[in-house]
Design a protein around this ligand. Structure first.
Ligand code: NAD
Ligand code: ZN
Ligand code: ZN
Length: 389
């Protein structure tokens, strides 16, 4: 079968690889009908996440048709259409019992590797390095889905792929980012990053009752999409973000700040340092604002900083003084996708259409070009959906 493989920094290639089969009783094999490229894939592409190996199959946002199930999967049968959540979770451990699916204690066979780097191991993730399980991803014609009896959600035939695909990751992630803000009537929420995740976070914050959402980025076409979702927009290349947010909030600052940027901020990350010291030195010279630092500084006293942007290693110059003295709270995490799939599918059924983030439909074979476009923001690229067939 064809699969999009990581081949080193800034290099992916569509290669012929063996088709997956059932390995465990709770596995299913899915014939992928749609798969997307995520901002998180860019961290791999940029070489920020160690423990990738040449030939690893990428992709953690995918859906398709079940073609085979193991004897332990009673709820699915061949022919079912499913969306697959990106964290692999057993559904039965302490973390899963608490709905913290991205922290599943039973889904990372390489937990030791993750523990060495992070102290403890989170869940395994499709197509996201050996430290997170080494699972082949879904930018492929077929994918093996472990714990298929609890993860995938069934989709009726009347909903097209593009309306439901993002239940796999970015729609729940945006929702969780907003939910972590404990939004109350009258709240102003600021969102750093108007990529697809930030756009969904902005939409979710409004749906959860925010009075105003402010979306911050430097790409006008992305800000426009966030604007259409209801956000007020700030281009950080044109205005001083901290001043502008003060003006909007009578000097207090937003009630909560969402970081939907993560490592794109191109700031010192120790994991990168160990990886490539020369590139790291170059990055130190950047004068681009650091989203997380700005989010902390902007947040009103006693407010919440919700971090859904992905980080690795250490982030330097964290403004701990501002954070501590102003009683801020930080909430963060890889999304516990399984928790949100059903309620968000209900919202889609009621009329919410997440396909507004899509700008490009391409073939899986074109993944190398699609990665370039998505990373470099060429051709107004906001979100790419790939078709493997
Ligand atoms: P993206 O790369 O398309 O978007 C990131 C946006 O941030 C870009 O538009 C960029 O211009 C903007 N940006 C960069 N620096 C900025 C700054 N200083 N201030 C404001 N904006 C800035 O990525 P995406 O797909 O939207 O994902 C966003 C982040 O969310 C990534 O870090 C990704 O890894 C993460 N993510 C997290 C989860 C999770 O479970 N927590 C799930 C999916 C994605
Ligand atoms: Zn993702
Ligand atoms: Zn579990």
């Amino acid at each position: 079968m064809k699969a999009n493989c990581w081949m080193g920094r800034n290099k992916v290639e569509v290669l012929d690889v063996p088709e997956p089969g059932i390995l465990n009783p709770r596995d299913a094999v899915v014939r992928v009908t749609s798969t997307a490229i995520c901002g998180s894939d860019l961290h791999l592409y940029d070489g920020y996440i160690p423990t990738m190996r040449k030939g690893d199959v990428l992709g953690h946002e995918f859906m398709g048709e079940v073609v085979e199930v193991g004897p332990g999967v009673a709820n699915l049968r061949p022919g079912d259409r499913v969306v697959v959540p990106f964290p692999i979770a057993c559904g039965a451990c302490l973390a899963c019992e608490h709905g913290m699916y991205s922290l599943c204690e039973n889904s990372n066979p390489n937990a030791g590797l993750a523990e060495k780097m992070m102290g403890h191991s989170p869940a395994g993730i499709f197509g996201y390095s050996h430290m997170l399980g080494g699972y082949p991803g879904g930018q492929a014609q077929y994918a093996r889905v472990p714990f298929a009896d609890i993860g995938p959600i069934k989709i009726d035939d009347d909903l097209p792929d593009e309306k439901v695909l993002f239940l796999s990751d970015i729609l729940p992630t945006g929702w969780m980012g907003a939910e972590m803000c404990d939004i109350k009537p009258g709240d102003v929420i600021a969102v750093w990053g108007a990529g697809p995740v930030g756009q969904f976070a902005a939409a979710a914050a409004l749906q959860l009752g925010a009075e105003q959402v402010v979306s911050i980025d430097r790409f006008p076409y992305r800000l426009e999409i966030a604007g259409r979702a209801g956000a007020l927009t700030l281009n950080y290349e044109e205005v001083d973000v901290l001043d502008a947010l003060r003006d909007i909030t009578a000097g207090r600052g937003p009630d909560a700040c969402i970081d939907a940027v993560g490592m794109e901020a191109h700031y010192p990350v120790a994991a990168v340092q160990a990886y490539d010291r020369a590139k790291q030195a170059a990055r130190l010279e950047t004068d681009r604002p650091h989203a997380l630092r700005e989010a902390i500084m902007a947040c009103r006293n006693g407010g919440i900083v919700s971090v859904i942007g992905v980080y690795g290693g250490f982030v330097d110059k964290f403004p701990m003084g501002s954070f501590m003295n102003r009683s801020l709270t930080m909430r963060t995490g890889q999304c516990h996708v399984q928790r949100y799939m059903k309620p968000l599918l209900d919202r889609i059924r009621e009329g919410f259409d997440p396909s507004f983030v899509i700008t490009h439909h391409m073939r899986l074979e074109d993944a190398p070009r699609a990665f370039e476009m998505f990373k470099n923001k060429e051709h107004y690229c906001n979100k790419v959906v790939l078709s493997p067939w």
